[in-house]
Design a protein. Structure first.
Ligand code: SF4
Ligand code: SF4
Ligand code: FES
Length: 235
């Protein structure tokens, strides 16, 4: 049997969060962590967690597994078991827990909205979509793939310390995605909105964000590129 140490917290019943130690059959070694959770939920339907696509696309099952943020649906049990053959499953760090593995992501999505994640362009169109050259489209690679799972922001120490003021790696990656879009006309405004001491500059280049991103993206690098753009803008 494999051991699972599972974070449980129902604020309507529990005085405090607690860890439940459970067992699952050895066969789950080859399964994904999400399958372990589905199995445990069949045993105890009160267990709460988010999931939808089961394919690493929707971004809803970000959680902390053996100390590392990841998506449960694409994380194989055998890859993350510790030396005691134990899975430690916790909610994403740094976000308030609503119940069990479900965290409140309101602030995370407010920060996403703050970078205006849409095209700003009042120029009239010729009655069809705004076109890009293949080279212009390539500029969006390693940016548009973000699924807003929150794994990076939840792993960022700078965000833990200043969650209300520092936008965090996910929102800043999205800021960069619109800064480089050839169809957008708000580049200067977008940069000016990031120029205060906190929104962007609290990144300390620790790199946790790039380390945990399940899509292989690198928010730290993109934050550095925004800083460079700000410097270029000032010269
Ligand atoms: S590199 Fe910056 S954004 Fe990424 S985890 Fe570190 S402080 Fe946070
Ligand atoms: S950058 Fe990666 S870790 Fe961060 S929200 Fe997007 S997909 Fe998730
Ligand atoms: S269930 Fe959609 S990303 Fe895991």
């Amino acid at each position: 049997m494999l051991q699972v140490e599972l974070y449980r917290y129902n604020p309507e019943q529990d005085a405090a969060p607690h860890i439940r130690t459970l067992s699952v059959p050895e066969d789950f070694r080859r399964a994904m962590v999400l399958e372990v959770l589905e199995y445990l939920k069949r045993e105890d339907p009160t267990l709460s967690f988010r999931r939808s696509c089961r394919e690493g696309v929707c971004g809803s099952d970000g959680m902390n597994i053996n100390g590392r943020n990841c998506l449960a649906c694409v994380t194989r049990v055998s890859d993350v078991l510790d030396r005691r053959d134990c899975l430690k499953i916790r909610p994403l760090t740094g976000m308030p827990v609503i119940r069990d593995l479900v965290v409140d992501q309101s602030l995370f999505f407010e920060q996403y909205e703050r970078v205006r994640p849409w095209l700003v362009n009042d120029e009239p169109t010729a009655g069809r979509e705004r076109l890009q050259s293949p080279q212009e489209r390539e500029q969006l690679d390693e940016l548009y793939e973000c699924i807003l799972c929150g794994c990076c922001t939840s792993a960022c120490p700078s965000w833990w310390w200043n969650p209300e003021k520092y936008l965090g790696p996910a929102a800043l990656l999205q800021a960069r995605r619109f800064l480089v879009d050839s169809r957008d006309r708000a580049g200067s405004e977008r940069l000016a909105a990031l120029e205060d001491p906190f929104s962007l500059f609290r990144c300390r280049s620790i790199g946790n964000c790039a380390d945990v991103c399940p899509k292989g993206l690198n928010p730290m690098r993109e934050i550095g590129r925004i800083r460079r753009d700000l410097l270029d803008e000032g010269t």
